[in-house]
Write a protein that binds this ligand. Structure first.
Ligand SMILES: Nc1ccn([C@@H]2O[C@H](COP(=O)(O)OP(=O)(O)OP(=O)(O)O)[C@@H](O)[C@H]2O)c(=O)n1
Ligand SMILES: C[C@](O)(CO)[C@H](O)COP(=O)(O)O
Length: 230
């Protein structure tokens, strides 16, 4: 029976957040973003292990983040890009994970993930599927900018989705896909799999599972998480 393992890329600097420390350590309802993510996976019974990839020189990592954790370990192998951090993390798991085990890669910057979404994602794939990602169908009209901030064209939005995480793939296939494509810097795990000819499934995510990227995002995700608990 294939097991489920989580890999959390958490080695970014959060430059777009313009904060004093990397955004994954910023407080949200009294806990760092990263702690919310770890706790959600720790309390999801189907998960066998959780690996947090941080930068080797991370000055903000707090051992207290692992207080009470049974399944979580930290890997000091962050890379220059998210794809490199994920690939380094996968390579570090080589002796603990079986080839056909599922790997769920989830951004540390998405604290709104919950068990309902995880169940939807895990239940979406069968033995013959290559994998699946949480995503949201695009709701707004999409414009491509021309010179400066003027509209060059409207892009038809039918069949367009915004990718979220977790992105779930078999360990050996994902490591192979990323190893083959790392030079091309895939923006996510799904793109690396697409380049190998796979067509991962799109599974309904949630606004609450947004990525904290810009300063205003923290309040928005806190409100969405609060609403889902009331
Ligand atoms: N070299 C990197 C870059 C990003 N990430 C992680 O990938 C996730 C999503 O990336 P993003 O939102 O772009 O985070 P940052 O790169 O930190 O943000 P920015 O681009 O604003 O610097 C985050 O959890 C981030 O910590 C990572 O592990 N290693
Ligand atoms: C993986 C991802 O969150 C899917 O939308 C996104 O590609 C991460 O992009 P970033 O520029 O590394 O934040």
């Amino acid at each position: 029976m294939s097991q489920y393992h989580v890999l959390i890329p958490s080695a970014g600097r959060g430059s777009r957040m313009q904060s004093s420390r990397p955004k994954q350590y910023l407080p949200l309802n009294g806990e760092p973003l990263l702690k919310h993510v770890i706790q959600t996976f720790e309390s999801f019974a189907a998960i066998a292990s959780i690996s947090v990839v941080i930068a080797e020189n991370d000055q903000d990592w707090q051992p207290a983040l692992l207080a009470g954790c049974q399944k979580t370990r930290v890997l000091l192998c962050g890379g220059a890009t998210r794809a490199e951090s994920v690939l380094n993390g996968l390579r570090a798991l080589n002796t603990q994970v079986q080839a056909r085990d599922w790997i769920l890669v989830h951004d540390a910057a998405r604290p709104g993930i919950d068990h309902e979404m995880l169940l939807r994602l895990i239940d979406s794939v069968g033995d013959d599927d290559t994998g699946a990602i949480l995503a949201l169908p695009l709701a707004d009209t999409l414009k491509r900018a021309g010179t400066q901030t003027t509209i060059a064209e409207t892009i038809p939005r039918n069949h367009l989705w915004q990718a979220q995480t977790p992105q779930m793939f078999r360990y050996a296939e994902l490591q192979s896909a990323l190893s083959h494509s790392i030079e091309k810097q895939p923006t996510d795990e799904a793109q690396a799999m697409e380049w190998m000819g796979h067509h991962p499934k799109l599974v309904q995510g949630s606004l609450k599972n947004m990525k904290v990227t810009y300063p205003d995002d923290l309040q928005v995700v806190a409100a969405l998480m609060q609403m889902s608990q009331s």
